[in-house]
Design a protein. Structure first.
Length: 196
């Protein structure tokens, strides 16, 4: 495949599973680099704590020790728009189902079909043990992801599973409470500016 792959997400927080997916896409898709692409106004989500700037700073820290990983930000919201200038797009099954849902295209199946057809090759990460989504188009390749990431989610990491955070995110969280203690993070941010 080669080229550069876009892996859109909020990464709120980035988890060990996000990193495993990004690395699998890099290796299995034979990509030069993977960009974690963060939308300033993500579709269907509105993360407020930690701030967009702090989430991006944590991701920059994550990428600093992985030369194949870079961070990009965008104002685009739809996967088709985010991935337009990339050679591949990386996503999980939940995001793939969102891409297929006409609701995100004003209810238009035709607009959805055009958006799906316009996607670059898709590198799809399924949760281990999950069934394949029906009718995968030919531009979709399913990544082989280790079973040890089956239950990992950002939601559960925010809920206390700090060990599932990427190490750089866990360090930031210990220092600021960014995900495990939003009140402490907000108080620190209000009194001194962005946590360091």
């Amino acid at each position: 495949m080669g080229g550069i792959g876009a892996y859109p997400g909020t990464f709120d927080p980035p988890t060990v599973a996000h990193l495993a997916i990004a690395e699998a896409a890099w290796k299995q898709g034979r990509l030069e680099r993977v960009h974690l692409v963060v939308s300033r106004t993500p579709l269907g989500k509105a993360p407020a704590v930690p701030s967009f700037e702090d989430r991006v700073a944590v991701l920059e820290d994550v990428a600093a020790s992985r030369p194949w990983l870079e961070i990009s930000t965008t104002d685009a919201r739809l996967i088709g728009d985010i991935s337009r200038d990339y050679d591949a797009v990386v996503m999980g099954a939940d995001k793939w189902l969102q891409v297929l849902d006409p609701t995100w295209y004003g209810g238009s199946g035709a607009d959805r079909d055009r958006a799906v057809a316009s996607l670059p090759p898709v590198l799809l990460a399924l949760r281990p043990g999950s069934p394949l989504p029906a009718a995968l188009p030919p531009q979709v390749t399913v990544l082989d992801i280790g079973a040890d990431h089956a239950g990992v989610s950002s939601t559960l990491a925010r809920g206390g599973r700090v060990e599932w955070m990427a190490p750089e995110a866990a360090r930031f969280d210990r220092r600021t409470g960014a995900w495990s203690d939003p009140a402490r993070y907000s108080a620190c941010r209000d009194s001194t500016g962005p946590p360091g």
